[in-house]
Design a protein around this ligand. Sequence first.
Ligand code: FAD
Ligand code: NAP
Length: 535
Amino acid sequence: MRANDREYQQLDAVVVGAGFAGIYALYRFRSLGLKTRAFEAGSGVGGTWFWNRYPGARCDVESMEYSYQFSEELQQEWQWSERYAPQAEILRYLEHVAERFDLRRDIQLDTRVDSAIYDEAGTRWKIGCSDGSRWSARFFVMATGCLSAVNMPEFAGRESFQGKIYHTARWPHEGVTFHGQRVGVIGTGSSGVQSIPLIAAEAEHLYVFQRTPTWSIPAHNRSLDPDEVRRIKAIYPELRAQSALQPFGFNTRSAETTAMDVDDQERLREYETRWERGGLGFLGGYSDLLLSRDANDTAAEFVGGKIRAIIRDPALAAKLTPRTAVGCKRLCVDTNYYDTFNRDNVTLVDVTAEPIEGIAPKGLRTGGKEYELDAIVFATGFDAMTGALLGVDIRGRDGVELREKWAAGPRTYLGLSTAGFPNFFFVTGPGSPSVLTNMVPSIEQHVNWISACISNLFESGHGSIEPTPEAEDAWVDLVNEIGGMTIYPTCNSWYLGSNVPGKPRVFMPYLGFPDYVVRANAIAAAGYEGFRLGG
Ligand code: FAD
Ligand code: NAP
């Protein structure tokens, strides 16, 4: 041990984050015999499900699939109550997993990792935390989430507001009551879509400040039928394996037919069936819905018709109907979202036409008008995919900063590693399918891959692994090439970073879970092709 190493506590692996990814990474690394510690900024485990406690927060991938599969006992034991479990239940589940597998003792809460500097001579990462502690580890793994760094737009005058300000992803644990209040919600993505109907039911008046209208499919949420659960549990592993072959990594009953292969009547029948079934599976209706604008227009026409049928005032319906392709921004899943705008106590304020000018002591100003409010809810989302990674001062070989390296957009190999940063992995990073999939199996796949990679290093006697710049360039090109074949670049979305002012406009996720898994496995089987193994 060198002299200045003494101030560092020694570990084999540091994991940052204790959501689905961090919890599972800790479990797997421990089973490899690695002395591992996870650091979590929050005061509890759960990640997304610890922070997002706004009214109506729940998953929109069905719970029987939006859960771990690494332990057959766990998936047999756990009972989900609803088709789409509410936030509190998912949080209880993650707390249970941490307890059941005795992981708590290696999770340090209320601790932010601020810096991670690679010490080339010692092939170790030197990690600095908000509590002043210093750690030295051979492997450094960011399990910090794609949707954890909050996007809080800087509206002038915010601090002058005399009412309360909330962000959906930093919701007070004690809950919030809006009875008798005039409330403004900014944002109509998934968080807005879930919370708006419940806030409207409670508030005296709700103003929804909408910059871009959103496509949403009904959830048709319901209690889970015990017989249905029994049937699923009887063949759980087979069902999981089938889902892994679906484009988004869960059962969307994805068709191979294209929308243009069928006549109008058949297409209408298919859309109607999927609308009635509810949920994200709507996009599985035809194989070209995300590839061809013409195909997508048929889906847009169908959902647009539903919006017009639900909203009584045609001018209001027009304002609520997106012009973007369906699924170009993340598709939403709702309970009574559009219908909420028929209520007398709800006003839609179109801030595309009247941009938000600022916040005044008594409300919000837009289009030269002031809306008096008692509370403002920011449902304005996240600095997605890169925000949490770049929130830490990470420096690789020769002191190169990750922030500098990614200044024009993230560069990764497989969405889990980056050249010049040995023994550094991130779970569901940019360049991985992550946010275009059911994220729990994606997380498990990533963590399994990283664990196998670390085992391989031990077996082969290598000290380090990092991608070559050539492999990384080819991967970035592939992600862009696939993205370019889709409808995703045709609108502004957080997939492209275009929701955050100044962020480079780059399509970040890899489309196609099964294809990704095949490639990742082939790379490992070929002796970690595209990676450089150090001595
Ligand atoms: P997270 O759960 O985000 O956990 C990351 C943790 O890292 C956080 O707790 C954070 O505090 C911590 N952290 C970050 N930086 C640091 C640091 N520097 N130091 C210490 N700790 C740090 N996905 C789906 O597939 N289906 C769904 O239905 C679905 N619903 C969602 C609903 C909401 C409201 C949101 C916001 C997201 C949803 N997602 C859904 C995406 C969801 O984020 C993932 O499914 C999953 O929970 C991510 O787990 P994770 O562990 O990767 O990240
Ligand atoms: P989001 O999808 O990014 O939506 C943010 C909303 O805020 C958008 O309507 C955006 O408008 C608006 N906005 C942002 N900045 C603004 C500004 N300066 N002025 C006016 N409006 C502004 O964020 P989210 O709703 O939190 O969802 C993020 C992701 O988390 C989802 O896509 C999903 O993956 C996940 N999630 C899932 C669920 C679920 O149902 N299970 C629930 C919540 C979140 P523009 O569109 O014009 O940018």
